[in-house]
Design a protein around this ligand. Structure first.
Ligand code: SAM
Length: 218
């Protein structure tokens, strides 16, 4: 990407973010702390997109892979219909108590269930049907988790995956990628290929934030 093009993207993102009005004191505080402590959370320009998609999907049940400290789960909770429940998965022990505390402070502990452990293991054992799945954990694993995610996704349900453009490195040929990053690069390309070519999915790749896909299960 040329530096002129990346300047335009940056100005676009800054402009979009300048119009944001925040998500209430608690959520804004959680985001500030997470960013200060370098906890990876959804980018500001992706946050309102996630909320809008949640409102559009009007789900009865949401599955999130990658809770971190609960920020994106609380954003979805603000936009989901009454009666909707969220199941969210996190394996990092330091983040789990923080996420639980944030759900409690938001008065959401009855509506958000945190499953503790490795997502691959948990997804393979999980049953039920989810109308919205938000994938936001180890990028190199998306491709491996996809079969279980599609099993758990209801017909007409929406799968949102974050960070699919990998800071735009996804655009580069694998030979331009450092050797240690090649596995993740090829797995993400394969993931995008499958989302675009799967007979049961309609997918759009949206270049917002670090790149998001929206897939609908036919
Ligand atoms: N969705 C969160 C938000 O926007 O507020 C951010 C999630 S963060 C980008 C990704 C999280 O996935 C990290 O907290 C990490 O510990 C977790 N994670 C990574 N691999 C995982 C796995 N195999 N199983 C469960 N959690 C995993």
């Amino acid at each position: 990407i040329s530096s002129a093009a990346s300047d335009v993207y940056k100005r676009q993102a800054d402009f979009i973010v300048s119009l944001e009005r925040g998500y209430g004191e608690l959520c804004d505080q959680i985001a500030r702390e997470a960013r200060a402590e370098k906890v990876p959370i959804i980018r500001p320009e992706t946050a309102s997109f996630l909320q809008t998609m949640t409102a559009a999907a009007a789900p009865k049940a949401i599955l999130e892979v990658g809770t971190a400290v609960g920020y994106s789960a609380l954003l979805m909770a603000q936009a989901m219909p009454e009666g909707c429940r969220i199941t969210t998965i996190e394996k990092y022990e330091k983040r789990i108590p923080k996420a639980k505390e944030h759900f409690r402070l938001a008065g959401m502990e009855d509506r958000i269930t945190l499953l503790e452990g490795d997502a691959g293991q948990i997804l393979s054992e999980l049953s039920g049907s989810f109308d919205l799945v938000f994938m936001d954990a180890a990028k190199g694993q998306y491709i491996h988790w996809l079969p279980d995610v599609l099993r758990l996704l209801s017909k007409g349900g929406m799968l949102i995956s974050d960070n699919v453009l990998q800071d735009d490195t996804i655009l580069e040929s694998r030979f331009a990628i450092e050797r240690r990053d090649r596995t993740i690069h090829s797995r993400m390309r394969e993931y995008l290929f499958q989302l675009k070519n799967h007979k049961d999915l309609i997918t759009s790749i949206v270049p917002i934030g670090d790149g998001v896909t929206i897939s609908i299960k036919k």
